[in-house]
Design a protein around this ligand. Structure first.
Ligand SMILES: Cc1ncc(C[n+]2csc(CCOP(=O)(O)OP(=O)(O)O)c2C)c(N)n1
Length: 552
């Protein structure tokens, strides 16, 4: 007999779901088996918190619908932090969430309320007869509205007999074309600007080419928000990241812009350093699919509702039309693209070009020295996943990435402990690249169970732990005011030993020479992950953290 659970799993596999993450219990046993019987791959995580984040990272990098399969009750609550991160990030994610409907069940909870509370969309399999339509609706909302959808699957409905069904193809998301007046107004602003800067966010990830062309046509400098780092990796006049991670020269040039255009970018306090990167007289324009995003975080002078690629193309065409045709590149305005700016970017455009005073602490390595050395050793084709904490800027700023897929930043909920699972989901999505998980010791130990998952999957994964034996962010937040730090400092942990216990290669790094072990691992078959326990110097708080505290 085919049950609803079987039919749901089979229909999802048939609709193209290739990978599912989760932890299996009685409530999701059958639906998960039906998915794999239909050809999907199931990645068994060791904690639902990890599984949710893996599915999120996988969706971000693969462009596919992420799918998470959990047990009812605690399986779902364990996954909540990752689900919240995905919901805030507008990741298309489907959560297969069995539901014990009897209030007397230990597993019972109000899953619809729970979904709503964290920004996910609740959809329920109402009955066997409506299962196909309910599942189709859940997929449609997830994909076309880019939402995280919690599909509540009551146990009795799952067990009911059902005929196999197929899902209708999800219609492509509607792409709003920008209004003609808005295109004209943006063309006006660009024509008037002498120092334009474009900042591209995640909403521009598919518009890199069009935005780059428009920047060349208008003399604009290019930057990204942290989450879309790498988008303009090889473009001339790229400033890398705008915001807390920006180099001094990038921050200065952004501040001096007379026009800032945010493309699919929230222009939030992180990207604009609480607005301090916007000059008083700078015109600010925002282009976004979602009208509600316009001006939500920062004042804007012009808001354009529209797809970022379509808008960039339309503005380019409008400028050409006004010029009476498509002028040759030699006649394009130079704008902000002067020889002086080019020279400064060549000399000071990367963090490694910025001089620093080596931290001296016996038996510990400066985190910048560590990051720069690693950057030189790692193959260029890499994916970097960064957790939260005081350390986070070092890998985010010093480790180059090849493109926008090379940087995965699950930081919309500002949770620590998501970095390892982010790296695992990324490694599953992009197996051809070395994946680097850059973590603090706090974030690693919070999520360490899924190191077993990484080993079991044989992932090409380097786990770099910036180990200060503390919740460094809190130490630097409260230490200067003389508060006791007993609850945020810890005795040394042998993280390399923990890594070996899980089956990883491992090394403790106290000086650059210790990185020879990493070089040896890189040169080898890389059939098991490596853990680098870098005992980092603890003296200095990071400069981006001071910025973050302003947002608390
Ligand atoms: C789930 C969660 N718990 C607590 C916090 C508060 N918090 C922010 S940073 C941090 C310390 C992180 O320590 P670690 O991972 O070792 O990195 P470090 O700050 O030492 O570089 C804590 C506890 C948080 N953001 N998320």
């Amino acid at each position: 007999m085919t049950t609803v659970a079987d039919a749901v799993g089979a229909a999802l596999a048939q609709a193209g779901v290739r990978t599912v993450f989760g932890v299996v219990g009685s409530g999701n046993f059958h639906v998960t088996n039906a998915l794999t019987a239909g050809g999907a791959r199931f990645i068994a995580a060791r904690h639902e918190g990890g599984a949710a984040v893996m599915a999120d990272a996988y969706a971000r990098l693969s462009g596919e619908l992420g799918v998470l399969s959990v047990h009812q009750g605690p399986g779902l609550t364990n996954a909540l932090t990752g689900i919240t991160e995905a919901a805030k990030s507008r990741t298309p994610l489907l959560i297969l969430a069995p539901a014990a409907t009897s209030p007397r069940s230990n597993f019972h909870l109000d899953d619809a309320a729970l979904a709503t509370a964290v920004g996910a969309v609740p959809v329920r399999l109402g009955a066997a007869a409506t299962a196909a339509a309910d599942l189709a609706r859940a997929c449609r909302i997830a994909v076309t509205e880019r939402r995280t959808v919690l599909l509540s699957m009551p146990l009795d409905v799952q067990a009911a007999p059902a005929s196999p069904f197929t899902l209708p193809a999800v219609p492509p998301a509607e792409v709003p074309a920008p209004a003609r007046e808005a295109v004209g107004a943006l063309a006006d602003a660009l024509s008037a600007a002498r120092r334009p800067v474009f900042i591209a966010g995640r909403g521009a990830r598919n518009a890199g080419k069009e935005i780059k062309h428009l920047s060349e046509r208008t003399g604009a400098l290019l930057a990204t928000s942290a989450v879309s780092r790498g988008l303009f990796r090889d473009a001339p006049f790229s400033l890398d990241v705008s915001g807390g991670f920006a180099t001094p020269v990038a921050a200065e040039l952004i501040k001096d812009a007379d026009l800032l255009v945010g493309w699919g970018c929230a222009l939030n306090m992180w990207t604009l350093r609480h607005g301090t990167l916007v000059g008083d007289n700078t015109t600010v324009v925002q282009v976004d699919l979602d009208t509600g995003a316009l001006g939500a975080h920062h004042r804007i002078d012009l808001g354009v509702t529209g797809d970022t690629a379509a808008t960039a193309r339309a503005v380019h065409e409008e400028l050409d039309r006004r010029a009476g045709g498509s002028p040759p590149p030699g006649e394009w305005p130079r704008g902000y693209r002067s020889a002086e700016v080019a020279g400064r970017l060549a000399r000071e455009g990367r963090w490694r070009d910025v001089p620093y005073k080596e931290a001296r602490e016996h038996g510990r390595i400066d985190p910048r020295t560590l990051s720069i050395a690693l950057d030189g050793m790692l193959p260029p084709q890499r994916t970097v996943a960064v957790d939260s904490g005081n350390f986070m800027g070092y890998p985010a700023m010093y480790l180059d990435v090849p493109d926008a897929d090379g940087f995965v930043f699950t930081q919309a909920f500002q949770s620590i402990g998501l970095g390892l699972a982010t790296a695992i989901g990324a490694a599953v999505a992009r197996p051809g690249r070395l994946t680097v998980a850059a973590l603090g010791d706090g974030g690693l130990l919070m999520s360490v169970a899924d190191l077993e998952t990484a080993v079991r999957l044989g992932l090409d994964l380097l786990v770099v732990v910036y180990d200060d034996e503390a919740y460094g962010a809190e130490v630097h937040h409260f230490g200067p005011d003389g508060y006791p730090l007993d609850h945020v400092t810890f005795p040394p942990a042998d993280i390399a030993g923990i890594g070996r216990g899980f089956g990883c290669a491992a090394v403790t790094v106290r000086a650059p020479a210790d990185l020879d072990a990493v070089a040896a691992w890189l040169a080898g078959p890389r059939d098991r992950p490596m853990v680098v326990d870098a005992k980092v110097a603890r003296g200095e708080p990071s400069w981006w953290l001071a910025e973050a505290f302003r947002g608390h």
